[in-house]
Design a protein around this ligand. Sequence first.
Ligand code: DAH
Length: 343
Amino acid sequence: MEHQLAEIRATALSAIQSADSIDILEEIRIQYLGRKGSLTLILRSLGNIPAERRASIGKLSNQYKNEIESGLEDKKNELSKTIGSDLLRKQLIDVTLDSESATERENLGRLHPISQIQYEIEDIFTSMGFEILDGPEVETDYYNFEALNMPRHHPARDMQDTFWTEDGNLLRTHTSAIQIRGMEKVSPPFRIVGPGRVFRYESTDASHENTFYQVEGMMVDREITVAHLIFVMKQLLKEIFQRDVAVRLRPGYFPFVEPGFELDIHCLICDGAGCSVCKQSGWVELLPCGLVHPNVLRMGGINPEEWSGFAFGLGLNRLVMMKYGINDIRHFLSGDIRFLKQF
Ligand code: DAH
């Protein structure tokens, strides 16, 4: 019996020595110390051994069992270490490298300044209970002109020449088309904003582009007045510029509002004293707006005797230009990385 035990111990320890993976160690453990392992079987059969030898055989078995166990443990630690350093060598992870290193920061992507202001404006309006709607960039004549009180041959169409598709559709000239789509989707009372890209057939210069961005807004409820319009506009400007901004309304003509206005803000560059940005007037034209024309409400299936509303169209390019002092609208679509990296 002692002989058999010694042999088990020797083969187990030498197998452990030459094991080269943790899986093999586990196999060895099962072979000797598992439920049906050779050493386990001997330990279990101690009861059959004559009493006078039982104590010494038992003691020897336990001693070998401990030796094999600690052999397994040591080898396992040793293997883990070399496996770890092998992995490290293969994957070449330098955990001390600064992930915020200058070159990496340089190459990080970022949001276009127009997107940044669009999301900011969406948040401001959402917090005032406005819903955000979308509309297609290729529109029908109906949504872009007709339903906005600009029937065919209306002279106001001349101001918004655009690109036409061969089947009679067009690239929308303004986000106002979203007003009509909105009225088809939601019923009054409602507050909606619709941001989007718009197009004009236009010669480009420092302040004109053929592609630019607007946010349309519309609120319809009972007895909406110009006071509601002014309040919402002032609230918006206060959030964007982080200070109170004085506004004034001048009459402006748009077929889809009556009365229609141009909303000016007190020049933020010179604080109204007069500078080149405000052309010495102290005021900067910011956004057109007005009370929704009854014909437009009717086109949207809303009874103008019962409901009224205001609407506005905010030009995002102009807003970003004012916020950052950008002097040429063509920068936005230039794709010039030196421009974009500044935001
Ligand atoms: N859609 C007009 C444009 O692009 C701007 C505008 C004017 C929108 C008055 C409005 C509004 O909602 O009430 O020139």
